[in-house]
Structures are given as structure tokens and as C-alpha cells.
Design a protein around this ligand. Sequence first.
Ligand SMILES: C[S@@+](CC[C@H](N)C(=O)[O-])C[C@H]1O[C@@H](n2cnc3c(N)ncnc32)[C@H](O)[C@@H]1O
Length: 234
Amino acid sequence: MSNAEKTGPRRRTIRTFVRRAGRMTSPQRKALVDLWPRYGLDFAEKSIDFASVFGNTADVCLEIGFGNGDTLVQQAQENPQQNYIGVEVHEPGVGHCLNAARKADITNLRLIVHDAIDVLQRQMAVDSLNRINLYFPDPWPKKRHHKRRIVQPSFLELCADRLRPGGALHIATDWANYAEHIGAALGASARFTVSERREHDGDQPLDRPRTKFERRGLRKGHRIWDWRFERIDQ
Ligand SMILES: C[S@@+](CC[C@H](N)C(=O)[O-])C[C@H]1O[C@@H](n2cnc3c(N)ncnc32)[C@H](O)[C@@H]1O
């Protein structure tokens, strides 16, 4: 049993997010009610049976912290042979994403509104995902908040356990200090190897569309770092 499984049941006190008040529009609120039966998966302490959820055995990619979901919906639209599960805690973003999914009329996407770390621990079976996307995670720039950053050794262990051998972890950030942190954390991990790294000005995204937070970073003059890490077969 891996460390991530061993430490699974312990209650965490440090969260990687604070629930933002954020105004919910009425179409977003309506989507959370009307479209949830079609696209929503409730949090439960039980592994999801992907084949029964999607009605097929295609690969499943998990996107953590999808924000407003435009990038997630675009990827699902462009890759109908791949299934996607998006996890986000910010409900207005989830409502926005539900409306975009309905508009695109896609069938290969499901959403979960819950802490992605719990979702990985409880709802994703070991060796089940072919890819995890973590695009522009909250940077928590103040030093005293670095412990809130989602990229930590225990998180990487958990991702490696839920990915199948050879599965990929894609990460992008526009914060130079978080890029250093990510490079160091993954460099120290025995579970991943770097298969591609790009540092660019928004012009070379690695196998993904541009995201809302990436555009915000570019407007501030930030550079962008993209990685594809591959799970090492053990
Ligand atoms: C900086 S935003 C990036 C959003 C989007 N990926 C983008 O690039 O536009 C980070 C998002 O991650 C979400 N988030 C942070 N920690 C999370 C967690 N543990 N589980 C689910 N969502 C989380 C936040 O609510 C926020 O919407």
C-alpha cells in the first residue's frame, strides 16, 4: 500500500483554497439545478465506476480546479475519444461550465463540486486515470501560505497512485516562484519523470487550450511554465 493510501483517512486541516463569495448569475444557478443530473457526479466515499458513468471504456482525464471550465469543455469537444472529469469548488464556475457543456452538447464530461484531494483519495480508483491536468493552480505567493499550495509530496504520491503506469500529470503556472517549487517537488519525486517542459510567453501551451487565468497572467507580463510529467512504472 502506498503512502497516499496509508495517510488517506487522516483529516486534513490545510486546504488549498478559500471559498470565494463570487456572485452567482441566475443562468449559473439554474444550470446547477437543471444540468446536474446530466453532468454532475456527487461526492461519495466510493470509487467511481467510469464505464457505468460514461457508458464506455475510454480513457479518463481528471482536471483539478477548472475555474470557469471553458478550457475543459473545449478539450472535451476536441477529444471525443477521451472522457473528462472536472473538479472545482467554486460554484459560479461550475454553473458556467455546465452551461458551456450543454451548449457544446458533449457527452464525455462529468463534474464534481468538492475538494479535489478528497476526490482523488475517495473516488478515483488506484491505477485508473490516464491523465491529470492541473492548470494554473492557486499560487499562494506569500511564504507563510506556501503550505497551501496543492503541489506537495503527498499530493504527488496520490496522483501517481491514481494514474495508471505511464499516465501523465500536466501542470502549468504563470508564477515564477511556484514554477521553481513545482520543478523542485517533481525533481525530488521518485514517482514521476519529466517528459516535456516549456517556458514561454503564452505561445507554446503544452497540449491544452489557453485558460482564463493564463490570460490574466499574460496581461500582467508573466511568463508561462508547462510540464508533462510521466508516472514511472514501478
Ligand atoms: C487560479 S484558478 C485557475 C482556474 C483555471 N484552471 C484556469 O487556469 O483558468 C485555481 C482554481 O482551483 C480551484 N481549486 C483550488 N484548490 C482546489 C481543490 N483542492 N479542489 C478543487 N478545486 C480547487 C479554485 O477554486 C480555483 O477556481
